[in-house]
Design a protein around this ligand. Sequence first.
Ligand code: ZN
Ligand code: ZN
Ligand code: ZN
Ligand code: ZN
Ligand code: ZN
Ligand code: ZN
Length: 603
Amino acid sequence: MAAMRRIRRSNKIPLNFVSRTRSRRPRIGVRREIVCVIPTPTLTSSDVSLAVEDREIPEEIICHENVVETGAVDVSAHSKRKEKLAEMWDSLRSSATQVLTEGFGLPEVKCCCEERATVRCLQCGPCSYFCPRCAVLQHKSSFFHHCPEVWNGVCFIPFDVPGLCFNQHLHLCDKQKPRSVTLFHIEGMPQTVSVTFCECEPDALTLMRLRYWPGTPKRPAVAFSFALMDWLELLLLECQVAVKDFATVLELRITASLRQMPCTIYPVLIDAFEEYRYYKGQIRSLKGVCENVSAACPACPKTEGTVTISIDGNFGLCRKKAAGSSSHGPLSGTKMFLDQSMVTNYITHYSCPTTVYRGTQQCSDFLAGNALRSNSRYSRLDETGVMGAACRHEYPICFLSLQHGERISYSVLLLEKLREKFRNHHIQFMYDIACTLKKHLMNAGRRDLLETVELAIPVFHAYGHKMACQIEFNPRSIPGFGLSDGEVLERLWSYLRRFSAMTKEMRPSHRIDVLTDALLHYARRTARNMSKLLNKRLDHAKRVEQEAEQKLRELRNKSLAVFTDEDIVGWVQQERTLVQPQCSKTHSCLRHRTLCMQVSQSL
Ligand SMILES: [Zn+2]
Ligand SMILES: [Zn+2]
Ligand SMILES: [Zn+2]
Ligand SMILES: [Zn+2]
Ligand SMILES: [Zn+2]
Ligand SMILES: [Zn+2]
């Protein structure tokens, strides 16, 4: 593991490659070692597979001391490099402290006007010193967002430039009036600046033209720079930094710089940030510029063809009842999440004809839904989780909030929505309990769905099902599914799950907005990496084909009898008829499902 971490840090091998290697379990009695060839700057997927090879070390070596020697070259070279680096830092340390300490003082310098300089501005540059008069001239209107400091004989303290003004109004008329606004710029520091507004448009819009986001829509007294909001957006979507924590950090920075806090930041920032993200969403979707831009997966066929879609539920992304209710619907609308009132209505009124599903024990068991969690735990939750669909390229498609256990009706609803969305496509539909779903759809008489959708169980989940299910639903044994494993949502959850601590305490609409933004961020990231992903999969597919052909050749050589390709097709059919699908008679699939949910919740 240490070796693996080392490779990642030093050679920047993509994360997905490392996690794939890490997830493989070492064989018993064999020590696995990763040897890395120094990669070229343009690393292709084939380079990666060349760069890493699993070297098997016989058991007897592990039992003896010379085990260290097998990895000696790699380990010692690395630790030598580390030691050398530490030595160099060590020799620099005392002089570095000296240099940094000097930076706190005022050097003997003159301003451009030959006066003695007592003011510095680190935003103007590391060697920018002024006399107070020149500092005011320099910063009054164009560099009003800088934070000049003045020497008070002991240390530098904030230098207040009187009458800061922001007059870069592109529009001129006689109805203009200046007004003071506190602007938070990219450094996070507040500056009270006189901004020229005009009766021709709301003050909030003028601030937006100046690239500051207003704290309130009417006569804003506070505004945040776009750059600061962009930082906050990225920190939220990549590092799950809550707005409250960000506000606390801003306050800490402001007080540490000996400045006055103009207001409590959080209440203003939270509403302003929600609006800002909405605006960013509009810009990204080219709203008002080009309305026909599709937000769909760039690799899936657009008008017709086959789409492979997986669905799954996640119970980590719940919401507490105590977190309150929303006064308005989500700003993100139905970009990612289905309208919740429609979902609730559908689930409440969903009924399976009683005469039909009496005979199928498993469907009715599953409908109760509570096998997965206790009732008392549900009673404190308003939304119990999230269920969603993504295509085989890991691009999110459609999501909904769960309000019960994972009822079969939720998957039927999703299936209906997908059928609507991909009207002219052939749909390959993967779900952990596709066997139960198929039985259910048959009993409910939903031929419309069954005849146009091909059902399968994601590869790793399929092994938990009984033999008959595996033969009928394992994508590896259904023609046309290729190497799609159907586990795309497991990878998506590992990203989305990181928001659970935050969204648990949010109001319903706010939660939907944050999760939508997170999913759109994930989609953008997926689209950016699409060419790499497709290349990697193509390489993998070629390799699998070669290996399979090789194995078949070996078998043919070893076997005494001669068999043709037709024989093999015959055997596959024979296997299908011998093992009759009888999933409804047992509970094995449901039991597997419960176990699986418990495991994923404990992660
Ligand atoms: Zn400056
Ligand atoms: Zn001067
Ligand atoms: Zn005007
Ligand atoms: Zn796709
Ligand atoms: Zn099954
Ligand atoms: Zn499962």
